[in-house]
Design a protein around this ligand. Structure first.
Ligand SMILES: NC(=O)c1ccc[n+]([C@@H]2O[C@H](COP(=O)([O-])OP(=O)(O)OC[C@H]3O[C@@H](n4cnc5c(N)ncnc54)[C@H](O)[C@@H]3O)[C@@H](O)[C@H]2O)c1
Ligand SMILES: [Zn+2]
Length: 398
């Protein structure tokens, strides 16, 4: 749309620039993404220019490149089989998996140096294969190299497939502050492959389920009921149940981002971050010994009890939520929750201020007004939150 001049005085003329950019990217659910006979990745790369041979750099999470048939070999074979449309700019680059890659800017610089050395341009592809941490770090370098190189995500954990990988954010940590350096940058495509979940340690399979419980609690009572009905199958990681859980959770995240009206979170709300204000703080208080999903499970239990204490959620529903989380394998207590900070107050409560600071604007915390009904509040009563914490502690020790 053309710019217009809305106000002109003797000294000032203000022209308003205005345009909208539609975003569109496929999220493909497939199995055996690097099986040479599977065209899913090939099709994604060719989406805009079918006749071109595309240059590709692949970064691989080191947690995946183990065992007798390293993933890097499968990627090389895939590229050879599809050499008419893709060319690896170098052998797949193995990078540190987990929070390590996000915790030191040295890794960002070194990955960017790789793209520089390979003369990667804006029409080349940067593919990340890995957990949420690797996707966050590689997503950041893809978004900032030449102001944005095409980025394909291949998430390999439950959490990355059902939440972070299908979203539009990336980021790394600075001075221990989670995601302090990052951008909003929708990927070119996402490929979710259930086969990766098979090798994932049980601890990470459990952790990722927290995000499914979360999105069910705030958005979809039927999905919550399904998780309750399927909890035996989920607790033993049965593949069909895991696949359904991941897909439904990913769809609900996609819907919020696509239709929620604020994909780049410029308002004060973080509608998908139920249970997260304390979770982020617990992660940093434990120096990431507690996984994101594990911390979110505790944060959800805490905020569920707080919702009951506020009269928002019916008494007993918090117990129902805790029972489900525990059945799925979560531990709902950690001693760091009552660790004191410099002020003598529980350090976890500083998480409220940090949650607000990360976003700016007023404090917005999602609570529950029922199963499937998230509500936003702008104030948290600390005395009541302490009560909720004590409830959680006593519950864990009884
Ligand atoms: N960008 C977002 O919107 C967003 C949202 C939520 C979380 N996150 C971030 O995601 C990160 C957590 O991601 P995560 O839970 O996926 O864990 P992770 O990336 O920390 O990975 C956990 C471990 O699993 C290994 N691994 C990954 N895939 C594997 C597989 N298939 N088999 C065996 N091992 C495998 C990794 O090497 C690592 O050691 C956090 O940094 C969090 O802040 C980002
Ligand atoms: Zn989360």
């Amino acid at each position: 749309m053309a710019s217009d001049t809305r106000s002109t005085t003797a000294r000032t003329a203000t022209h308003w620039q205005r345009f909208a950019v539609p975003y569109e990217f496929p999220i493909v659910f497939t199995e055996g993404v690097f099986d040479p006979e599977n065209p899913a990745l090939r099709d994604v790369l060719c989406r805009l220019e079918p006749a071109k041979r595309h240059r590709v750099v692949v970064f691989v999470d080191d947690g995946l490149n183990t065992g007798r048939a390293p993933l890097t070999e499968a990627i090389v074979q895939y590229a050879q089989r599809h050499a008419d449309v893709m060319e690896l700019a170098c052998a797949p680059v193995v990078v540190p998996g987990g929070e390590k890659i996000k915790s030191n800017l040295h890794f960002v610089e070194s990955l960017q140096q790789t793209l520089f050395d390979l003369r990667i341009d804006r029409h080349s592809f940067v593919i990340a294969v890995g957990g949420g941490a690797v996707l966050d770090a590689v997503g950041l370098i893809a978004a900032t190299t030449h102001r944005g190189v095409r980025h394909v995500r291949i998430p390999t954990t439950v959490l990355a497939q059902n939440d972070s990988g299908v979203g539009v954010k990336n980021g790394v940590n600075l001075q221990g502050v989670k995601n302090f350096v990052g951008t909003f940058a929708p990927p070119f495509a996402v490929l979710n492959d259930m086969e990766f979940i098979v090798t994932l340690p049980e601890r990470d399979k459990i952790a990722g389920m927290a995000e499914a419980v979360k999105v069910a609690l705030i958005r979809d009572a039927d999905f919550f009921a399904w998780i309750e009905r399927s909890m035996d199958a989920l607790a033993t990681f049965e593949r069909p149940a895991m696949a359904t859980m991941i897909r439904r959770c990913a769809e609900l995240h996609m819907r919020q981002i696509g239709q929620g009206g604020d994909p780049f979170e410029s308002g004060s709300a973080r509608p998908l971050d139920y249970g997260h204000w304390s979770a982020h703080k617990l992660e940093s208080l434990t120096r990431h010994h507690v996984r994101h999903g594990e911390a979110v499970a505790i944060g959800m239990a805490l905020d569920a009890r707080y919702s009951v204490l506020c009269g928002l959620l019916a008494n007993g529903e918090e117990e129902r939520i805790c029972a489900l989380l525990e059945f799925l394998g979560f531990d709902l207590w950690h001693p760091a929750l009552v660790k004191c900070g410099a002020s003598g107050e529980w350090a976890i409560l500083e998480g409220l201020r940090e949650f607000q600071e990360h976003l700016g604007g007023e404090l917005t915390v999602t609570l529950l007004a029922g199963i499937g009904i998230g509500v936003e509040v702008h104030e948290i009563d600390r005395a009541r939150m302490r009560q909720a914490m004590i409830w959680l502690k006593e519950r864990a020790s009884s």
